[in-house]
Ligand binder design. Structure first.
Ligand code: UDX
Length: 476
């Protein structure tokens, strides 16, 4: 029996791939056949999902297309520093022709029992050019936003109206047009992609073009839940005039069901740099809600000075901690020795969900990446915010000012946090008895409600699948 066949195309960095793979699992378990498109450097990130799919009889296959030169492809796209982002976005457009060929070939291919022609494309907002491919071939495309609705509303407005052009200083004020309420950001708080925009630069012009193409999509899938960001989800719906399905938090169901710790962490992203059992053993030896978890996402690498202040602040707080360091030699050798009475240092990739799910964890020092944010909210952990770049400034604003589940430490990739401020923020937030802790518990309950059967995200997911099924010529 042929199933409705959807092409899923994540943007190839960890923070974008992880939630879209989670969504893929949900779509496939509702009977859709999926082809996941990625580049060779990211193929290993698909393997855990493909093996889950095969053990659960889900129909997911991969399509690996090499990045065509020029521009020169990085050898592993997931390890890119943030300044390479515009070039990665640009170079992926080189996949347009091979993708079109593949889609055309699919139409004619009768060989598969389960995978018919592709009837819908779901692709990341950094792959806005797929809208042109979809339009050309008459296939509806849904844009996927790994950012929340507040941040995506800012992003969409900035690319549409370019309100920062003419604002010289990084500190200069930029008011965001058409936002659901008055909102003024500093220029440095906007996406660096928009900040550096020059109309004379073809890469920048291309990014502006594709970000605006997203507005023409057939619908939007967004990793948030309705009660968390109601005005902003509604706003996106009004602006696009198309369906906006909030289907988050896109996390393994075990997170919401208090399942076995081991089930919590089917491999998300890179292989872990620490033995999970050792990590759990360390946490088991700590009191409930007493540990601070410090991690700045999948891309950020801090300077020696920044790491030094974090170490000093954590030591001064006298609280136990797990600190994840993405290392390029900036963090001093011997750090582990120095902090070992109170802290566990993980250099590389941590099993973040497993850690955040542990009852000993009581505070998250975070860069406010949207995945980390949703993980913390879902698990009821109050945050200390240090947004670095991308959409993280918008996320931090939402968390600190509007949702009141985080306190702010500092902001920007060059900020050096003050050790005393970090120590006092940790003492205030850890344990969860302050305002942030109580608020985040409420939001955690709301997240659980959203994903359970009949909840807003779960119903939106059913609706998405129903709409996709309706696209099939014989309504599969
Ligand atoms: C970036 C943006 O910051 C984010 O807002 C956007 O939505 C996606 O791209 P990133 O900086 O990597 O993402 O942060 P985040 O969104 O928090 O995603 C990181 C993911 O990797 C999380 O799911 C986190 O659990 C996981 N992770 C990160 C680990 O499992 N271990 C690590 O050591 C680091």
């Amino acid at each position: 029996m042929k199933r409705p066949h959807v092409l899923i195309f994540p943007f190839p960095t960890q923070g974008h791939i992880i939630p879209l793979l989670e969504l893929s699992l949900s779509l496939a378990s509702r009977g859709l056949a999926l082809t996941l498109l990625t580049t060779p450097g990211n193929e290993p990130l698909l393997r855990p999902l493909l093996s889950t799919a095969s053990s659960e009889n889900l129909f997911i296959q991969s399509l690996i297309l090499p990045l065509p030169p020029p521009p020169p492809p990085p050898h592993n796209e997931t390890q890119l520093p943030i300044h390479s982002l515009p070039h990665l976005i640009y170079s992926l457009k080189g996949l347009a022709d091979p993708l079109e060929q593949w889609l055309l070939q699919q139409k004619l291919d009768e060989s598969s029992d389960e995978f018919g022609p592709v009837i819908c494309i779901i692709s990341d907002f950094f792959l806005g050019w797929t809208q042109d491919t979809a339009t050309k071939l008459g296939i509806p495309r849904i844009v996927f936003s790994p950012s929340g609705a507040f941040a995506f509303s800012v992003i969409s407005s900035v690319w549409k109206y370019m309100p920062h052009l003419g604002v010289e200083s990084d500190e200069g004020e930029v008011s965001i047009p058409g936002f659901p309420h008055p909102l003024t950001l500093r220029k440095f708080q906007l996406s660096p992609l928009a900040q550096v925009y020059k109309s004379s630069d073809p890469v920048h012009e291309f990014i502006k073009y594709i970000m605006n193409l997203n507005l023409q999509s057939w619908g939007t899938l967004i990793n948030t839940f309705y009660s968390l960001e109601t005005p902003y989800v509604d706003h996106l719906r009004t602006v696009s005039g198309r369906p906006v399905w909030s289907v988050g938090p896109l996390l393994p169901p075990a997170v919401f069901h208090h399942k076995q710790k081991q089930e919590m962490n089917h491999q998300r992203g890179n292989p872990n740099s620490i033995n999970e059992a050792l990590c759990l053993q360390w946490l088991d030896g700590r009191k409930g809600r007493s540990v601070v978890y410090v991690c700045f996402g999948s891309m950020a690498i801090l300077s020696e000075k920044q790491n030094e202040e974090i170490a000093a602040g954590l030591e001064a707080s006298e609280v136990s901690f797990i600190w994840v360091i993405r290392d390029n030699g900036n963090a001093k050798v011997g750090l582990e020795e120095r902090v070992k009475k109170k802290g566990l240092v993980i250099r590389g990739w941590a099993p973040q969900l497993l850690i955040l799910s542990h009852p000993s964890v009581g505070c998250f020092v975070t860069h406010c990446g949207w995945n980390s944010t949703l993980e913390s909210i879902s698990l009821g952990i109050p945050m200390i915010a240090w947004p670095l770049t991308a959409d993280q400034h918008s996320d931090a604003l939402l968390l600190v000012e509007y949702l009141r589940v985080a306190v702010r430490l500092c902001e920007g990739p060059n900020a050096v946090p003050n050790r005393d401020m970090l120590a006092s923020a940790v003492k205030r937030v850890v344990g969860g008895e302050g305002e942030e802790g109580l608020r985040v518990q409420e939001l955690s309950r709301a997240a659980r409600e959203a994903v359970k059967q009949g909840g807003s995200s779960s119903s939106n997911l059913e609706d998405t699948v129903a709409c996709i099924r309706n696209l099939a010529p014989d309504k599969l």
